[in-house]
Design a protein around this ligand. Structure first.
Ligand code: ADE
Length: 226
């Protein structure tokens, strides 16, 4: 069972992504629990303020240290987290290896940033891991959190119907997945490769492996180490 708590200022953005398909099944099977905590509940004053101007001047607000630390500490009273993750474009770029590693944990806390980001002191003293989902800037960390939870959640044993199917995903062995086909075997004269209809398992596996190699060489040569 993996529990993921997510701190957000827009919790609404994180309701639908976990209510469908594989994430829904993971939660229904009690393999994955996702809780979204509204940071505004820890905001300061009548306006429940969570952001403020940055010291030194400059455009853009900063998420304040006090609400964040109060929120983190109220959560750590009940849960010992394996990682406290901050989603930020200057974090380590998410890849399948990191997803595999995180899927083995039991408790994760994920913090979604907004505005110019969070007070650096939170990063220095509370955050244990910083993750980016790619070299582009989102308006907030929530969509990145949805991607992180989805990519980790589907790896939990028992979530996917066919236990082996996550093993044949692209990237699991530094190769892209081979092409797939379904019925009909011919559509408007466009045919499925004969080998896939042959029933010859060994040859099919060989074809898939070679297709993976060729695709990876063509599209993502950077994945191939040797
Ligand atoms: N927040 C804003 N941009 C982001 C990114 N690329 N990855 C993770 N969190 C982000």
């Amino acid at each position: 069972m993996l529990k993921i708590d997510i701190i957000s200022v827009i919790p609404d953005l994180l309701t639908s992504p976990f209510q469908h398909s594989i994430m829904k099944r993971a939660r229904e099977k009690n393999l994955l629990e996702v809780n979204v905590i509204d940071l505004k509940n820890f905001g300061i004053g009548n306006y429940r303020q969570v952001d403020d101007y940055q010291f030194g001047g400059g455009a853009g607000m900063v998420m304040m240290i006090e609400p964040l630390v109060n929120c983190i500490e109220s959560l750590t009273q009940n849960t010992q987290y394996d990682e406290i993750i901050y989603l930020t474009p200057d974090g380590s770029t998410l890849n399948q290896k990191m997803c595999n590693m995180l899927s083995l944990k039991e408790n994760l806390l994920v913090i979604c940033g907004h505005y110019k980001g969070i007070d650096q002191r939170v990063r220095d003293h509370w955050i244990t891991m910083e993750i980016s989902i790619g070299d582009y800037v989102l308006s907030g960390g929530e969509l990145a959190a949805a991607i992180l939870v989805d990519s980790i959640g589907r790896l939990l044993p028992g979530v996917l119907n066919d236990e082996t199917s996550a093993l044949t995903d692209s990237f699991q062995d530094d190769l892209l997945a081979p092409p797939v086909y379904s019925r009909p075997a011919e559509f408007r004269g466009i045919k499925v490769p004969d080998i896939l209809l042959s029933g010859h398992e060994e040859k099919i596996n060989q074809w898939r492996y070679e297709s993976s190699l060729n695709l990876t060489k063509m599209k993502r040569p950077d994945l191939m180490k040797e």
